[in-house]
Design a protein around this ligand. Sequence first.
Ligand code: URA
Length: 242
Amino acid sequence: MSGDKVRLQKAMSDAGIASRRKSEQMIADGEVSVNGKIVREMGVKVDNHDKIEVNGVPLRSEKKRYILMYKPRGVISAVKDDKDRKVITDFLKEDVPERVYPIGRLDYDTSGLILLTNDGEFANQLMHPRYHVDKTYVAKIEGQLTTEEIKQLEGGIKFKDYTSAPAKVRVLSKDTKKNSSLVRLTIHEGHNHQVKNMFEHVKHPVEKLSRERYDFLTLDGLVSGKYRNLTRQEVALLKERK
Ligand code: URA
């Protein structure tokens, strides 16, 4: 917890006690005390000078974790799945006991670079639309892009609820026999299925998708299903981005 005042349920969820909603229930049930007094009402704010106890056990902040993972295809980027499919946190070993969760999402059938953290502020900052972090994807698409279609992708495509911001497009290879191409696309937005929708719009459906880069971070040194901690410098650089 920082020196800033936050809601009691947020302090609890930041410390890895439970989700915010579950924490609210615990407060209502009288399980939580602040400075020796049971608090049952919502809206109480605390900072790191307050002594918080849950069922008599002092709350200690979890160590902040920042992880870069190479997400395999066929995995949900969430901490649990109602259909019991494999989720991204299944790949974490005992060296990550903290309750980390993915920052943003990659589709079930998309592989590549994804960040996980238990630092809510960091996650919110990176996911905020104002924060323009470049994300680079390599897509195997059906057919070959014309110059006009590349211009369309680069210029921005009008969808029902948004227009995509200008993108960088580079055709890496073409396979005329298989009627497919490999295309690198860089965007800074993160609308649902955005890359697939952009290619679909120009009538070249995506057959395979991978995220190769997130800002200055790459998958170098990792294989599918593996992860590493971000270095202090990497975290500091990402925090500096506004
Ligand atoms: N765009 C997509 O269409 N899918 C992803 O997984 C990521 C970006």
